[in-house]
Every structure is written in C-alpha cells, then in structure tokens.
Design a protein around this ligand. Structure first.
Ligand code: GDP
Length: 704
C-alpha cells in the first residue's frame, strides 16, 4: 500500500505545477512550532541528515516544500545514493547535504531584510533509501517574544503564512518542547483553531530528555489538549556536531539510549501501551496518517481534476479548435512568415520601382536647378521669345549666355553626388522596410529579436553602401562630360517635363488659394498685395533718395500705416506675390515646352533646358539602378534570409525558444492552456490507474 502514497506524492507534485488553487491540492504535512522548539531537529531526524540553515538569527524565511522520495535498493541489491534536488533552480543532483544546507541558507539570505519573510516556497526533493515517501512543509517558527530585532509585524507575517498552510486538507505537525508548558505553545493554539479535535493534527513533544520521564509521560498522555491523532515524544537533539559532522548524518543513538533507559515509563520502543515515543514511531505515524489522508482525498481530488480537465478540454476546443502548438513550431512559423513577408515587400525593390524612385529624387533636383539658374533669372522671358523668333533657326545661333547656362545646369545635376544619394535613398528604403517589419506583429512582442533583426540588416547595408556609392558614381562619370540623346528619348523627356511643370503649377495654385482663404478671399488678397506693392515702391524711392544723399525724414504717418494690416497678413501677401510670379514663369515655360521648337528634338536643347535635364536625369536614374541592383540589392536579398537563420534562431537553445514563444501573449495563453490540459490528462490517467489498483486490491465477492 506504500505504493499509493508514492504515487499520490507524484500526483501532488504535478498538481502543484498545474496551479496553486486549493481545490487541486493533495494533503501534505505542515510543520509548525515556535522558534527553538526543536522543529528543525525533528525534520532533520526524519530525513536522517543535517541540512537546514543554522546559526545565530538564522530562521527559516521561506516555506520549504520538502518532498521525500524513498528509493528502493535496485534488483542487484546495491543501495542507491542519497541526493537532493531543487527542481526550479536547475542545479542537478546534490549528494552533499552540506551543500543543500548552503543553498537553503543562500535562498534565505536572499529574502530582503525589510521583508523578513517571503511566502514563495522553496521546492526541495530528497531521494534516499533511508527516507519514507512523505511531503513536509517547513514553515518559519512562531516568534514568542517580540524584541527589537523581531518586531510585532514579523510575528503577524509569520502567523498569517502559517494560517495559510494549516488549512484543510493538510496535516499539521505541531511541535512543542517538553520543557515549555503546552498551554504556551503557539503551534498548538494555531492548530486547535482550525482543527479543534485534532483530527488532522499530530503533536510532537521534543526535548523529552529535559524533563523527568514522569513528567514526560504526563505530557504525552495529557488530557487538557487532547489530539485525536495523539502526541509523539522525541529526543531529537542533533549530536551530529560531535559524532559525525563530516557526513552531516544525524545520530539517533541519543534518543534510543534515552527511551530504552526509561523503558519502565515508555515501554518497549514498539509499544502498545498507547504512549508513542521515538523518531521511528513518528515517521511511521506520519506515513500512516498521510496515506490515509491521501486515500480519503482521492475521491474528491479525482472529481476536482475531472472538472478542471473538462473545462480545459472545452476551452481548448472552443478557443483553439484543438490546434496544438509548440514553441519550436511557433519559432519556425515566425521565421517563415518573416521571410515570406520580406519576399513580398522585396517586389518594391525590383528595378522599375527603384528606377522610378531614383527618378523622383532627380526630378526634384532638376526643378531645384531650374529654379536656381533659370526661373530667378530676369532674362528667362527672353528665352521664350528667342525660341519663337523665326530668325534663330538652330541652337547654334543662340546667345553664348544660354549655352553656358545649359552646361552649368547639366554639371550641377551630374555632379550633385548622385552615386551616394541614390544608394542611400535605396538603402533607407530597405531600412524603413525592415524597421516596419520589426515594429509590427509579431515582432512587437519580441523586442530583443526585433532589435537583432534591425541590427544585422542595417549592418549588411552599412557594409555595402560605400562600395555601391563609388560604383554608381564611377558609372555615371561619362555623363559629366557629354550626354547623347536621340529623338525618342527627347520626346519622352519632354512629355515628362510637361507633366512635372503642370504638377508644379497645380502646387503653386494650391498654395495661392490656401493663402486667399486664409486672408479672407480674392478681393482682400489683391487689396493686401496692392498695399504691399505700394509699400515696396515707397521704400525703393526712399532708398534712391538716400543714395542721392538727400536727408530722409522718418515719416511717422507711413510707419503707422504699415499697421493697417496685421504683420502676418503682410507676410501672406508677400508669399502670394512670390507664388504669383512663379506661376507666371511656369506658364511661360510650359508654353515653351509645348511649342514647336521644343518638340523639334535634341537640337533644341538650349531652348528647352527642362527637357534636356530631364533626359539626363533619366539616364542617371537608369544607370544608377543597374549598379545599385547588383551591388546593394542582390547582395542584400541573398544575405538577409541567411542572416535570419544564423542570427535570429539557430543560436537559440530550447530554453530561449520557449522564452521567445512565450513573449507573445497569444502564444503564451495557447501554450499555457495546452500545457494545463496535458498535465490534467496525465494526472487523470494516473488517478484512474490508482483507483483500478485499489479496486483490484479489494477482494470482490465471488459470484455464485
Ligand atoms: P527550531 O528553532 O525550532 O528549529 O529548533 P532547533 O531544532 O534548532 O532546536 C533548538 C535548540 O534545541 C537546539 O540547540 C537543539 O540542539 C535543541 N534541541 C532540539 N531538540 C532537542 C532535544 O530533543 N533535546 C535537547 N536537549 N535539546 C534539543
């Protein structure tokens, strides 16, 4: 039947890992007692080793969930080694009990002094052929006298913690010292509150050697505080210090000597006198009580587990349609999705798209150059008139002035650092793409992976930018000297230039109407503009007079006048005038672009610098695209998926994979429910096999 306890202890451990709710708890033995009552000594004599933290002021600060697992000798008769294990710390098997003591001491010391007590249990399992199958929970000892270093608050904390553990279905081991009046035992007081009849409380009276055998018997048979499960007297004083300090083994000889020396009072060690003494008796008693308690919990725990399992199964069906996942599959799916997403986005970086983007950048540059060299030129109207002039047949007849202008404009464009700018433009596009992937689902849940993704992709780009820029710059070099173009290219450029001018005009008109709306209508704006022009005229006159050496008075009236409109509106009027002028120029140039002269072909380049520059820009975009494609894009698209494999996942171990998957709350919930369901299923299976076991053990009446 010992088999049952062992099995149930296993089940209890599994249940604890499922959740901490009381409904899923199998009973355990909870050890309570006041400080120095000999609680540690009792536990150590049950285990047969000294392993609990000792020393001045060294009290248990966290509950210790102590699971003892009896390891039977193997079939060849060899005795298994004893060892301890802290499952949540991952320290492996610890065969040296002094090391276990050290770990426990460290865990205790890790509780901040301000807190003094932590309710977070320490899980310790001890495997040994010398221990019974038992689960014991060691709790901080009750503080009896409040002193400076153990204030009232600590006292409260300890009793709250103990109260939590002495609830049903746990068995209470109430430790009291024989030399202290039982009436003063906080442990008995606490247990009587929750278990007045002592149906699940065992009293342990320590330090039997400190009272006369007579008194000892009196305490054990005491009728003032009767416990249904009775009292056990022990002498648990550790003599390890002198006899076997090196092995840490607790010698029990002292106890045996004591009780056999007073046989006339306590009877033979396995007595039937009703008086229970000795650690061996205590152990047996604990095993019996735990076993029967567990057996009687079996039915209710089976029901509770069954209910939980049904609920989990239902939820798993409803929420996830029974779809199972694993951290590994999640990682693999994430990586696949990332690559697929990237491939999809990569179409944005095919050659035509890149060329379009570069052309856009260069178009703007062309417009800037036009503005800088032509539109602000007072003679620009002349250019239109000249092109219409019948006497000027070819560009060769043109003024050298316009010829110079054109070659200056062309130089500005070809020498504007296109190699670097084009490369950076494309690289920035890639960076923005990666950043948006890293910032979106599911990488928003995986900040560290997202950061790595960004880092290595930026690194690939950084590595290539310099070289690519140089290559591109090199390849567009010929255009810095001359650009050949044919009729067809010219016509394409002209059409494009017309489009751009129309767009520019629309933009200017838009701005103008915005200003109009802002100042309050067309009439109001022309009033404003008229006024500003007047002001400007006056200022000009003043300047001229000043230049002529005349003394100019500060005309008060005029200064006041400038406040006729708010300053902001005057500024608006000035802007409106600029846009107006710009529109006039654009209209003129647009007409030129649509004229016969511009339609004639490349020989009209001097008349139509817009078209010429547009064709140059197109060639620059084309050439840049080719080399950026080879040097930057091809390389990046080759490298990126490989880096994902090698830097994002292949160096993750199992623990990191689980961590990664659990970062995503949706996946975490899925895994948690799945895990819970699996564990409950396993527990249910074990519980079922236990009941069949028990059913087999009960003799069934033979049928007639
Ligand atoms: P805890 O604070 O309740 O864990 O108490 P300990 O187990 O540390 O014991 C307190 C003191 O009482 C220690 O000095 C022990 O050696 C001593 N002690 C424990 N059990 C006995 C016993 O049965 N007889 C005697 N004489 N001393 C004991």
């Amino acid at each position: 039947l010992m088999h049952l306890t062992k099995k149930l202890i296993e089940i209890r451990t599994m249940l604890l890992s499922i959740d901490q709710s009381d409904s899923l708890k199998l009973p355990s033995i909870v050890v309570i007692g006041s400080q120095s009552s000999g609680k540690s000594s009792v536990l150590e004599s049950i285990v047969g080793h000294e392993f609990l933290p000792k020393g001045n002021n060294m009290v248990t600060r966290r509950p210790i969930e102590l699971t003892l697992i009896h390891t039977p000798p193997s079939s060849d008769g060899s005795v298994p080694t004893e060892y301890g294990e802290f499952p949540s710390l991952g320290l492996g098997k610890i065969t040296n009990f002094t090391s276990i003591q050290k770990v426990l001491t460290d865990l205790n010391l890790a509780v901040p002094n301000a807190e003094a007590i932590s309710s977070e249990p320490i899980d310790l399992r001890i495997y040994s052929p010398h221990v019974p199958d038992l689960t014991l929970i060691d709790l901080p000892g009750y503080v009896q006298i409040s002193s400076l270093d153990q204030p009232e608050e600590l006292r409260e904390k300890i009793s709250t913690l103990c109260d939590k553990y002495i609830r049903e279905p746990n068995i209470i081991l109430s430790v009291c010292a024989a030399d202290v009046d039982l009436a003063n035992s906080p442990a008995l007081r606490a247990s009587r509150k929750v278990d007045p009849l002592g149906l699940r409380t065992i009293g342990v009276v320590t330090k039997m050697d400190l009272v006369t055998p007579d008194q000892g018997v009196g305490i054990l048979t005491n009728n003032r505080y009767p416990l249904h499960l009775g009292y056990v007297g022990v002498v648990a004083k550790s003599v390890g210090k002198t006899s076997s300090a090196s092995t840490g083994t607790v010698a029990r000889r002292g106890e045996d000597d004591y009780f056999s020396a007073h046989r006339e009072f306590f009877g033979p060690s396995s007595s039937s006198s009703g008086i229970m003494v000795g650690t061996d008796t205590l152990r047996r008693r604990l095993m019996e009580v735990l076993e029967s308690s567990m057996a009687s919990s079996l039915h209710s725990i089976s029901n509770a587990v069954q209910l939980e399992l049904e609920e989990a199964t239902y939820q798993f069906k409803v929420q996830y349609n029974d779809r199972r996942i694993s951290p590994e599959s999640y990682v693999a799916e994430t990586v696949d999705a990332l690559k697929a997403r990237f491939r999809e986005y990569a179409t944005q970086f095919r050659k035509p798209a890149v060329r379009e983007r570069l052309k856009g950048m260069l178009d703007e540059r062309v417009m800037d150059i036009m503005e800088q060299l032509y539109w602000v030129d007072k003679r620009v109207e002349e250019l239109g008139a000249l092109s219409a002039d019948a006497k000027i047949k070819t560009a060769d007849d043109m003024d050298v002035y316009w010829r110079h202008k054109l070659s200056a404009a062309s130089s500005l464009l070809t020498k504007s650092g296109v190699g670097r700018d084009a490369t950076v433009l494309v690289a920035d596009g890639l960076r923005a793409l990666i950043d948006s992937i890293a910032g979106g689902e599911p990488f928003n849940h995986h900040p560290r992976a997202a950061e790595r993704l960004v880092q290595f992709s930026h690194a690939i780009l950084r590595d290539r930018i310099g070289m690519t820029s140089d290559q591109v710059e090199n390849c567009i070099k010929p255009y810095k000297y001359e650009v050949d173009m044919d009729e067809r290219e010219w016509e394409v450029g002209r059409t494009r230039a017309v489009e751009l001018f129309e767009k520019e005009m629309t933009m200017c008109e838009g701005k103008l109407s915005e200003i109009r709306k802002k100042v309050g209508g067309r009439r109001r704006l022309s009033g404003l503009v008229g006024y500003v022009k007047e002001l400007e005229e006056k200022q000009r006159e003043k300047k001229v007079r000043k230049l002529k050496g005349e003394i100019v008075d500060v005309d008060e009236q005029e200064d006041v006048e400038s406040y006729r409109y708010p300053q902001g509106q005057i500024l608006d009027a000035r802007h409106a005038m600029l846009y107006g002028d710009r529109l006039a120029t654009l209209k003129l140039r647009l007409a030129a672009l649509k004229s016969k002269r511009c339609k004639a072909g490349p020989e009209s380049d001097v008349f139509c610098p817009e078209v010429f520059l547009n064709v140059v820009a197109d060639k620059l975009a084309h050439t840049s695209t080719m080399f950026i494609n080879i040097e930057l894009l091809d390389h990046f698209f080759y490298q990126f998926p490989r880096e994902i494999d090698s830097r994002l996942i292949y160096d993750l171990d199992r623990k990191e994979i689980i961590e990664f998957a659990r970062e995503n709350p949706i996946v975490r919930r899925h895994l948690d429910l799945q895990d819970r369901k699996d564990k409950l299923e396993e527990v249910m299976k074990q519980l079922n096999s236990l009941s069949t076991l028990r059913a087999d053990a009960t003799p069934t009446p033979r049928r007639q």
